[in-house]
Write a protein that binds this ligand. Structure first.
Ligand code: COA
Length: 375
């Protein structure tokens, strides 16, 4: 018997790290509903929670901060990133940069907490260095007196960022840090199950996150809002997209059958941080799109997903559009590495089967005797 398409509904492992309660619209990290953490815990506290299973005490957090801040520099000072064409997708630069860092740090053997921390700490440095290099500027060295979110924004521009930008980005990083058995986390766990190294697991996960059905959607949300452009154009644009069977970016989810709780929080953040004109366009588009999706596809239960207002929030802190996916990765690496560590406890190779539907019993012919196969 074959599995459902896209493994929908299949439970592939047990985990204590996070869970999406899709019918209730809840996301839980290690027992905490996401609303308990967003805006209250820092990204660093959430890293500790995901890795260690509990929120850090003051001294545990101080030790984590010190360790992460001492691990921000790139062993090759960005030399690998300078070899890439400036036009390369930032996710490709991140994937290459992480691969190089993991090799240069000689990350090998069974994954450890220290390796998880060393890789997570360097994600913003890689992404920011690439932004500088592609703009013909020198990378900016990380500052050890700034938080993870603040230092990322600082390394992009050289200016200490505004407090409200740091707060928005930090909350975004908390919201996106883990999300049950999503495609990139599953990828990381499959690679970990072969007893490969942590760097390889994370590089594979970046590849999975890059696609528009996973982490690549927010830039497409901005493109969609650009194309819509005005309140009068919302209805004709959305109608035309749905009439021609296009998917609306930022809507729908495999697990949530009601509103994604992260979208609710991000909507409030976007209301505060965007210009009134931009928020009105985004919110008007959301409301009309939901009405139409519910009217046209009532059985599908389609709602706003995390990517819709992620775009607005990341835009408001000044990130370039093609930096939304790597910024998602800067957050999600905490979840990936927590899952890699968990996979190694009592690991068994993840090796499912497929249902073979191809031909059988063919007879081999030497190359000169074969006839061309017509399509
Ligand atoms: N716009 C319009 N229709 C959508 C839709 C969207 N965003 N998302 C799903 N649907 C429709 C599909 O057309 C399909 O309808 P049909 O059965 O009438 O053909 C049905 O809902 C099921 O879609 P499917 O793609 O099979 O769902 P999935 O669970 O495999 O995919 C997503 C989930 C997230 C990949 C999908 O909703 C999507 O592509 N969304 C847009 C991209 C996006 O926002 N990605 C970020 C995810 S966090």
């Amino acid at each position: 018997m074959s599995a459902p398409k896209g493994l929908e509904g299949v439970v592939v492992n047990s985990t204590q790290i996070s869970h999406v309660f899709g019918e209730e619209g809840r996301l839980v990290y290690r027992g905490y509903d996401i609303g308990q953490l967003a805006g209250k815990a820092s990204y660093e506290e959430v890293c500790y929670l995901l890795w260690k299973g509990h929120l850090p005490t003051r001294s545990e957090l101080d030790a984590l901060n010190q360790a992460m801040r001492s691990q921000r520099t790139l062993p090759d000072e960005g030399a690998t990133l300078r070899l890439l064409p400036k036009t390369v997708d930032p996710m490709d630069a991140l994937r290459t940069g992480v691969s190089a860092v993991a090799a240069m740090l000689e990350i090998s053997g069974t994954a450890t907490y220290e390796q998880a921390l060393a890789i997570t700490a360097r994600f913003p440095t890689i992404v920011a260095a690439f932004q500088r290099i592609r703009n013909g500027q020198e990378p900016i060295a990380p500052r050890s007196d700034l938080s993870h979110a603040s230092n990322y924004l600082y390394m992009l521009t050289g200016d200490v960022p505004l407090e409200n930008h740091v707060k928005s980005l930090d909350t975004y990083l908390v919201l996106l840090a883990d999300h049950g058995m999503n495609a990139s986390t599953f990828t990381a766990r499959v690679i970990a199950s072969t007893e490969s190294d942590l760097g390889s697991c994370v590089v594979g996960a970046i590849g999975a996150l890059k696609g528009p059905l996973h982490g690549g959607a927010p830039a497409l949300v901005m493109n969609m809002l650009d194309e819509i452009g005005s309140a009068e154009n919302i209805k004709p644009w959305v109608d035309n997209a749905l009439d021609t069977h296009k998917k609306l970016m930022g809507f729908g989810h495999r697990v949530y059958k009601t509103t994604d709780p992260r979208a609710e929080i991000l909507r409030d953040m976007a209301r505060q941080s965007s210009t009134p004109e931009f928020f009105a366009l985004a919110n008007g588009t959301e409301r009309y799109a939901l009405d139409e999706l519910h009217r046209r596809k009532p059985d599908q239960r389609l709602y706003t997903n995390v990517e819709f207002y992620s775009a607005a929030v990341l835009n408001s802190v000044g990130l370039p559009r093609d930096f939304y996916p790597p910024t998602f990765a800067i957050s999600r690496v905490a979840g990936w590495t927590a899952h890699i560590l968990e996979q190694m406890v009592g690991n068994r190779l993840i090796r499912p089967q497929s249902e073979y539907v191809g031909p059988q019993g063919l007879t081999f012919k030497p190359v000169d005797e074969r006839e061309a196969v017509t399509a």
